[in-house]
Ligand binder design. Structure first.
Ligand code: URA
Length: 432
C-alpha cells in the first residue's frame, strides 16, 4: 500500500494491518518514505488514535528495526527499569545496586540527558574514570561477575524510533499515548530484558501532567510489554516536585550514596524501595512480601552500598568517591535563596527548578553542551515544610558566576510559600 493510502486510512480512523505498519516503518527507516508523509501520519494518529493491536505491531516494528540485545545467557532473570523522566530522579543509582545485591540481574542501557538535568550516564560519569562504553562481551562478563552493568546507548537500537521521535519533536506530535508508549517500549524490547519495571512520572516536571494521563500511559506500556512476553509492571509516581533534595549530577550521586548508607530523604527512599521490590520479585521469582523484606535488608545491611562500590570500580570509576562523596569537592560560586517570612512551602514547580539547574551547568541546552558535574541545586525545603524567616530554602551551586542571578530568579518564581500549613500530595499514586 502507498504511504498516501496509509495516511488516508488513519485519517478516517481505520485500523491498519500488521503488514501495513511493518512496511511503513521499514520504508521510513530506509528513507523511502519522506518526513512530510510520516509527520502527516503522526498527526492523524494524534487525532484518531490506534487500536491496541496496531500499537503492539508498531512497537514491534520499531523494536526490530535495528540491533537487539541478546540476554538469553541470563535466562529469565534479567530485569530493566525505565523512568519517564523527572527532575532529581536518581533512582537507577540506588535501585540497580539494591536489586543486584538481592541476586537480581540488572543489565541496563541508559541515556544521557538533554535539557533539565543529566541522564543516568551523566550522573555516573561524575566518578573520575567511570566509563559506559563496554563491548557486548565485557558487558555480559561484568553482569556475570557483579549482577550489574549500566552502559550508554550503543549500537543501532530501534533506529526507527530514533528517527521518528526526532520528527515528532518538531511536528508537535510527541504528546499522544500510542506514539509515546510504542516509542519507549520499542527501546525496552530491543534492550532484551525478560522483565521491565516502569516508573511513570506524573506532575509539573513530567510529560504526563495528571494521574489519569499517567495511568493511561502506564497501562498501555504494561499491555505492550506483556503482549511481547515481557513480565512488565509500572508505578505511577509524583513529579510535581523534584525527588529528594539534590538536582545536578555529583549532587544526585551524593544523595544516592546517602540513601544507600541508610540516610537520605524519605521520598527518594520510598520510591526506590518500591521499584526495587518489583524488580527483585520479577528477577528472583519472589512474592512481593518476600521481595520487600529482601530489598530492605540489602539497603539496611550495607550490602547495596557494597554492591554500588563494586559496580563503580568494575566500570573504571574511583570507588573512593563512593565511600566518601565529599571527594567530589565543591564549586566556586554559590547563592542561597532565603525565606523572607515565616510560613510553609506550598508548591515547587519541578520543571522550572530543572531548567534553573540546567542554566547553572547541570544539564545540556544543546547536544554539544558540556555538563559541570558539581553544578546544581540543593532544595532544602520542600512542599509541606515549615520555614522561618532567614531559613535557606535552596542553595544554587555553579562554576559560572554569570548564571546565578537568572537561575535564582527562576527558582524564586518556582517556589510558592503560604502562611497556612500545607498538605502534600501522594508520592506513589498506583502500582500496576
Ligand atoms: N520518551 C521516549 O523515548 N519517547 C517518547 O515518545 C516520549 C518520551
Amino acid at each position: 500500500m502507498r504511504m498516501y493510502d496509509i495516511i488516508e486510512k488513519k485519517k478516517h480512523g481505520l485500523e491498519l494491518t500488521r503488514d501495513e505498519i511493518f512496511q511503513m516503518i521499514r520504508e521510513y527507516t530506509d528513507g523511502s518514505i519522506p518526513d512530510y508523509q510520516m509527520s502527516a501520519f503522526c498527526m492523524a494518529v494524534y487525532f484518531k488514535g490506534m487500536s491496541d493491536r496496531e500499537i503492539f505491531d508498531l512497537t514491534e516494528a520499531m523494536a526490530t528495526s535495528g540491533d537487539t540485545v541478546d540476554l538469553s545467557v541470563f535466562g529469565d532473570k534479567s530485569v530493566d527499569k525505565h523512568s519517564t523522566g523527572g527532575v532529581g530522579d536518581k533512582t537507577t543509582l540506588i535501585v540497580a545496586p539494591i536489586v543486584a545485591a538481592c541476586g537480581g540481574i540488572v543489565a541496563k542501557m541508559s541515556g544521557r540527558g538533554l535539557g533539565h538535568t543529566g541522564g543516568t550516564v551523566d550522573k555516573l560519569e561524575s566518578f573520575p574514570g567511570f566509563h559506559t562504553s563496554l563491548s557486548p562481551e565485557a558487558f555480559t562478563a561484568q553482569v556475570q561477575k557483579c549482577n550489574l552493568a549500566v552502559i550508554g546507548q550503543s549500537g543501532d537500537l530501534a533506529p526507527a524510533d530514533k528517527k521518528l521521535y526526532a520528527l515528532r519533536d518538531v511536528t508537535a506530535t510527541v504528546d499522544t499515548i500510542p506514539l509515546i508508549a510504542s516509542s519507549i517500549m520499542s527501546k525496552k524490547l530491543a534492550a532484551g530484558t525478560k522483565s521491565i519495571v516502569l516508573d511513570v512520572k506524573c506532575g509539573s516536571g513530567a510529560f504526563m501532567k495528571t494521574p489519569e494521563q499517567a495511568k493511561a500511559l502506564a497501562e498501555m506500556m504494561v499491555k505492550i510489554g506483556r503482549a511481547h512476553g515481557r513480565n512488565t509492571h509500572a508505578i505511577i509516581s509524583n513529579m510535581d516536585i523534584p525527588l529528594g533534595h539534590a538536582i545536578g549530577n555529583a549532587l544526585e550521586v551524593t544523595e544516592a550514596i546517602e540513601v544507600l548508607t541508610g540516610k537520605g530523604p524519605d521520598d527518594l527512599r520510598e520510591v526506590c524501595l518500591t521499584l526495587a521490590t518489583l524488580m527483585v520479585a520479577a528477577s528472583c521469582h519472589l512474592s512481593i512480601e518476600e521481595s520487600k523484606a529482601r530489598t530492605k535488608e540489602a539497603l539496611d545491611s550495607g550490602a547495596a552500598h557494597a554492591k554500588f562500590c563494586q559496580w563503580i570500580e568494575a566500570q573504571g570509576g574511583d570507588a573512593a568517591y563512593a565511600r566518601d562523596p565529599s571527594l567530589f569537592g565543591t564549586v566556586a560560586h554559590s547563592l542561597e535563596i532565603i525565606a523572607e517570612a515565616d510560613g510553609y512551602v506550598l508548591s515547587c514547580n519541578a520543571e522550572e527548578i530543572g531548567l534553573a539547574a540546567m542554566m547553572l551547568g547541570a544539564g545540556r541546552e544543546t547536544a554539544e553542551s558540556v555538563i559541570d558535574p558539581r553544578a546544581g541545586i540543593l532544595l532544602l525545603k520542600k512542599p509541606g515544610d515549615a520555614v522561618k524567616a532567614g531559613d535557606v530554602i535552596a542553595r544554587l551551586l555553579t562554576e559560572r558566576a554569570d548564571t546565578l542571578a537568572g537561575a535564582a530568579d527562576k527558582v524564586k518564581a518556582a517556589i510558592q510559600l503560604s502562611d497556612k500549613a500545607v498538605e502534600t500530595g501522594k508520592l506513589i499514586y498506583e502500582i500496576i
